[in-house]
Design a binder for this molecule. Structure first.
Ligand SMILES: Cc1cc2nc3c(=O)[nH]c(=O)nc-3n(C[C@H](O)[C@H](O)[C@H](O)COP(=O)(O)O)c2cc1C
Length: 296
């Protein structure tokens, strides 16, 4: 049984069950079966219950409860609103732009909570979620964090001088070498120099930064997907965001900084974005295309 921490129980109210077996059909893990005229958990299932909750959602009588590490009957919610439809969502996607100029207005705890509640609905490799979120909210705290990261950036680029990079070339490969020497290091230098001049080109003076990271056993995609959901949710609340690619690698390198911000040993910083009310707005978009879409 692949139960991460706490064993999962499937509780069926047999008095209410109408034996429609929709729970069995919907279960992606083959964890439920209908035998001896009743629904029950498979004794030796492949990997136990995934805790996705699909059976609870699907049951017309609400008579099945999955009680697990982070799920119970109380988590079932009734959704009555209709979906927004393709066009408004497509417009949102086309209007979203990375924002690098923010008003000084802070992001309230209520708004932050809304964003994170929405983002927590993101799919995950194996429920329950292994995603953790670090919220740095308030201009002063963001600037303290920026100072710490830029200091780290400075040390990193000094350590990666051209000689070291050339020695590392056979080990890191040509592409990584090019990426470091032509992008990461120049960007680091720009960031450090700008900070000395009082310009924040790391966080763009945003009032908040959100970092998504995962526990030791997280799927590496999970925090990234959750972060994308959060960015979209933020957008619908009139906020702007910009992913900051250097945060996760810099945090990963620095044990002291991870300790300071409560990121435990073995946990993996994955992605981060800045967040705030945009100083600018766009009413045009840019047509984009994937590098390739292959149909077979
Ligand atoms: C993995 C990743 C890392 C990024 N890191 C940064 C960053 O450090 N600083 C920044 O200003 N923008 C960063 N961005 C934002 C991109 O520059 C931006 O998405 C791209 O220019 C396209 O613009 P758009 O988001 O407005 O469509 C990052 C985006 C991604 C996906």
């Amino acid at each position: 049984m692949f139960n991460k921490e706490k064993p999962v129980e499937a509780i069926v109210d047999r008095d209410k069950c109408i034996k429609c077996q929709q729970c069995v059909e919907i279960c992606p893990a083959d964890y439920l079966e209908f035998v001896d005229d009743r629904i029950k958990a498979v004794d030796n299932s492949y990997f136990g219950c995934l805790q996705c909750g699909h059976c609870m959602i699907k049951c017309p009588e609400e008579c099945i409860e999955i009680k697990g590490e982070a799920i119970s009957g109380e988590d079932l919610i009734v959704i009555t609103d209709s979906l927004p439809g393709f066009d408004p969502v497509n417009t949102l996607f086309h209007k979203r732009r990375s924002i690098r100029k923010f008003k000084t207005r802070e992001v309230s705890d209520e708004v932050m909570e809304k964003i994170l509640t929405a983002a927590s609905t993101a799919p995950m490799g194996v429920p329950p979620s292994e995603v953790k979120v670090l919220v740095i909210n308030g201009a002063e705290k963001v600037q303290e964090f920026a100072e710490e990261l830029v200091d780290m950036y400075d040390k990193t680029i000094k350590a990666m001088n051209p000689l070291v990079l050339n020695i590392a070339k056979p080990f890191i490969g040509l592409n990584s070498h090019k990426m470091f020497s032509e992008f990461v290091i120049p960007l680091g230098k720009l960031t450090v120099e700008a900070r000395k001049q009082g310009r924040d080109v790391l966080f763009y003076n945003a009032p908040a930064v959100i970092i998504f990271y995962g526990t030791e056993i997280t799927d590496k995609e999970d925090p990234v997907i959750a972060s994308t959901y959060a960015q979209i949710a933020a957008e619908t609340l009139g906020l702007g965001t910009c992913i900051i690619g250097s945060v996760a690698p810099l945090l990963t390198q620095n044990r002291a900084l991870r300790d300071k911000y409560g990121i435990l040993k073995g946990e993996k910083p994955a992605t981060a974005f800045v967040l705030g009310y945009p100083e600018i707005s766009f009413n045009k978009g840019i047509k984009r295309r994937f590098k390739a879409v292959n149909y077979r």
